[in-house]
Design a protein around this ligand. Sequence first.
Ligand SMILES: Cc1ccc2cc(C(N)=O)cc(O)c2n1
Length: 323
Amino acid sequence: SPAVSSELEQLRSAINYHNHRYHSLDAPEISDAEYDRLMQRLKNLEAEHPELITPDSPTQRVGSAPLSAFVTVVHEMPMLSLDNAFSDEDLLAFNKRIQDRLKSKEDIEFACEVKLDGIAVSLIYRDGILVRGATRGDGTNGEDITQNVRTIASIPLRLLGKGYPQTLEVRGEIYMPKAGFEKFNAKAFAAGEKLFINPRNAAAGSLRQLDSRLTAARPLEMCAYSVGLVEGGELPDRHTDILKSLQGWGFLINRELDAANNIQECLEYYRRIHEKRSALAYDIDGIVFKVNSRKLQDELGFISRAPRWAVAYKFPAQEEMTL
Ligand SMILES: Cc1ccc2cc(C(N)=O)cc(O)c2n1
């Protein structure tokens, strides 16, 4: 009946909204008990009307029957790796190369992002609905892990708000926060099961599960860091503004995101984050600096395998983990 359909729609959009408030903005507006009541009401209503269950319903995050294998998919826009910088001189040279290429002495504005130590993923949305999740693979061919990514709360099954392009590919990093990693390993140790050596391997192992119900039980998060394929819509020119748009559409954006007016401010950002690295809730292995304009990025293009407009400035390796 129309009354049931409209209550289902209202429940789904309310739960999606509060899910975003909690998982992506870390700013819930309702109590966990109220959230659970909404979810329980939705589950009961869907149990009474199973024919009205939709794939983007918040109840459809629990994982489904195991796959026999992962299907290989092609990235229409290759997911490239980043060129590395290992010193201030490398970073200054990166800036100089860009100025030379743009035949300009002007300061370049950069977007500054922590480089999360996780697994890169590509998510494709059509008319706001998540239709595919895939690993980076070799940059051109990845594995279809749609069933697994659907179980991650910070990945929207349906985009929030409006104004998003008809086809939108969002790229980001799936990672396991340090606290979730410690808790997971403590449980595994108590059960005499295999331990993961670090959060990155724990995230990788969790995404390789053919049974997405196991993935659903792992404390994974996803942070968006760029867009790939975009059709039927316009995006802002500045990279930092694109990420803010993604936040409005339901994605988690790392709270350390900042813009630097020149390469000196990039060096200050690098030192500031390096100092607080051990206090962060997740592992990072450097900073990603990107020219903060898509127009300039297009002008600069890519070196054979990596973009000319981005560099990852890595931190010195941390002392080895001792379990
Ligand atoms: C273009 C590109 C490629 C890989 C990236 C990887 C990360 C990361 N590991 O956080 C962040 C970024 O902004 C990236 N950006």
